[in-house]
Design a protein around this ligand. Sequence first.
Ligand SMILES: Cc1ncc(COP(=O)(O)O)c(C=O)c1O
Length: 390
Amino acid sequence: MRHGVDSGLFQQTAHSPSYFELSRTGAGELVDFCIPCNPYFPTPEMFEELSKNLESVLKFYPSDSSKIADQLSKVLGLNPATLAMSNGSTELITWMDHLWIHESVAIPIPTFGRWTDQPMESNKRVDMFLLQESNNFELDIDEYIKFIRTRGSRVAVICNPNNPDGGYLPRREIIRFMDELSDLDLIVIDESFIDFVEVERNPSVAAEASIRPNVVVLKSLGKNFGLHGIRFGYLVANPGLAGKMRKTLPKWNLNSLAETVVFMLADHEAEYAESLRLLSRDRYRMGMELSRIPDLTVYSSQANFLFVKLGGGMDGRELRDHLLARHQVFIRECGNKLGMTSKFARLVVRPEQDVERLVEGIRDFTQARWTSHAVHASHSSEPSLLMHSA
Ligand SMILES: Cc1ncc(COP(=O)(O)O)c(C=O)c1O
C-alpha cells in the first residue's frame, strides 16, 4: 500500500521529522524504528493509571522542580544536591553551552546533532573528532585525548553509548579520560542511553562526576523510560555546578506529566528492570535477523538501536522512502549527520513482529532494486551492467 508522505519533510532539519508531523501527512499507523524509545516501559497498566489521572495532571500546575528532583534522587539513590532536572536533556545541552562552554568544545562525530549544532549556533569552535569506519566507529580514548591537546579544546564531550552507532566504552576508560583531562573547563559524559548497557553491571560514572570539579553526567529519561513526549532529563555534577544549573533553569520548567511519572517510578522498579531485560533480548535477536540480509553490515551496539551499513549500492534515503511508502516503517537514515553518509542507517530495537515487518521491507526493497537493474540491463547493449547490479 502506498501513502502520501511528503519526502520534503526530511530535508528541513538535521533531525528526523516528528511522529506527529509524519502522521499528519497521512502516513497512517507507523512502526517507528527511528526514535530510540523503550517499547516495554511504561507498561500498559502504567499507561492506564496515567490516563485515569489525565484530567488533574493537565489542569494543575506541577510542583517546583526541586520537589520533583528530590523524588528522582530518592529513586536513583543520588544526593539531591548533585542533581538538576530539565525539560529534556537538550535543555541542559543548551544551558551548558551558555554557561560553561566559552570558546571551544571537542566531540567525536557522528553523534547526536545538538552536541555540534548548539555550540556552533552560539559561535563556539567545535573540534570534531571523526570516528573511523575502518575502526568500526569505535572511539580510541588515547587518540581522542591527543586530538583534544593538539586542538587546545577547553571542553570535551563523550556520548556513552554513542548515537548513532551504539558504541560503548567501559567505565574504567571513561574514568581514565576524566583523570587525564582534569585541567579542562568541563568534561561532559552524555549517558542518555546507558541504562541499555548490558556488558557491565554499573556502567555509569555519575557518582564520580559528583566528586570531581569539572565533570557533568547527562541523562535523558525519555529514552530509557520510553516517554520522549514528556521531555525530561537531568544532570549529575558536584553540588556547586549542579546548584548553578538549578538556579539558571526557568521556574516550573518541568510539567505535571513528568512529575506524575517520576512519582510512579518507585512502585514500578521491577517492571523497568524487566523492560531492560526484554530490550537486550530483542537487540540480540534483531541483530541476528538483520545480519542475515545480504549487503547489510550490523555494528555491535549497547544502546537501544542498531547501526547498519547498506552495501551493494543501496542508498539510505531510497530505502527510508520505500519503507515508509510501502511498509509504513519509519527508519533513520544518517545522511544528514556530520561525519556520515546515506550508506548508514540507525534502526531502533523493537519487538520481534515489528522486526519481521522491517526485514520484509528491506528484502522487498533489495528485490525491487535488483529487478529494476535487471530490466535496465536487459535493455542495454552493455552486458557488464547486469554483472554489476547483481
Ligand atoms: C546522546 C543524546 N543526548 C541527548 C539527547 C536528547 O534527549 P532529550 O530527548 O532528553 O532532549 C539525545 C536524543 O536523541 C541523544 O541521542
